[in-house]
Design a binder for this molecule. Structure first.
Ligand code: C5P
Length: 229
């Protein structure tokens, strides 16, 4: 069977990762959550005093540190998905903290950080057989991906999903706080000059506001099956 690259881009909390994970599981593909990589660099910056509480970044120092920031994914049978490691430390939980979510759009707006992560993402996908989700996968990372999907969902629905996710993980945050964070990140993602969130011309749109994962899987499987046979 032919191996392909599946690029999934879209807004924050539009269900990209759950969708990408389900696709990867069904087809035995590798799932790469590129948002987690931007979050990992943000976490590194926070831990090393390279971003302060006002969001000011020591950009020169961060750029210098990039070669020392080793990001890897390793399959974790406990969660039936990959865990992310920063210099050998598993940071799945830490990168989902609200403080990281609040700062990630600042770090992801730095062109050198993007260049570094895009190169890493291309390396990870060079053998194909990957499902990669993010904001610029179909436009910048893999403009030749065989299947590109652009996901959207109503902002209230996205905020509620994120709220449920965090509540289930025992995190205390208000729906209002999450809504504001999502809108702020959307805006920063759309307006940044390098690698902005944009639908690739040849991407298929998927509004999943009222679709279950099963319905989305039916929709996408039909397309994948045609491409790989
Ligand atoms: O996907 P997730 O919401 O975890 O991504 C966190 C942040 O990382 C986004 O808000 C965006 O600023 C950044 N990001 C990006 N490019 C990607 C993936 C994520 O700029 N390919």
């Amino acid at each position: 069977m032919r191996k392909i690259i599946i690029a999934i881009d879209g807004y924050s909390s539009s269900g990209k990762s759950s969708f990408a994970k389900s696709i990867a599981k069904k087809y035995g593909y590798i799932f790469i959550d590129t948002g987690a990589m931007y979050r990992a660099v943000t976490f590194y910056a926070m831990q090393n005093g390279l971003i302060d509480s006002t969001g000011a970044v020591d950009t020169a120092e961060l750029i210098k540190s990039l070669p020392q920031i080793k990001i890897t994914f390793r399959y974790n049978p406990d969660i039936e998905a990959s865990s992310i490691y920063l210099n050998g430390q598993k940071i799945d939980e830490q990168i989902r903290e609200v403080t990281v979510s609040d700062n990630v759009y600042i770090i992801s707006g730095i062109p050198e950080v993007r260049e570094h992560l895009v190169a890493l993402q291309r390396e990870m996908g060079k053998e194909k057989g990957v499902v990669m989700d993010g904001r610029d996968i179909g436009t910048v990372v893999f403009p030749d991906a065989e299947l590109k999907i652009f996901m959207t969902a109503d902002p209230e629905i996205r905020a509620m999903r994120r709220y449920m996710e965090l509540s289930q993980a025992g995190k205390k945050v208000s729906l209002e706080e999450i809504t504001q964070n999502i809108l702020k990140r959307d805006n920063a993602d759309i307006t940044r000059t390098v690698g902005p969130l944009k639908k690739a011309e040849d991407a298929l749109s998927l509004d999943n506001s009222n679709l279950s994962v099963e319905q989305q899987m039916m929709w996408v499987s039909e397309k994948i099956d045609k491409l790989i046979k």
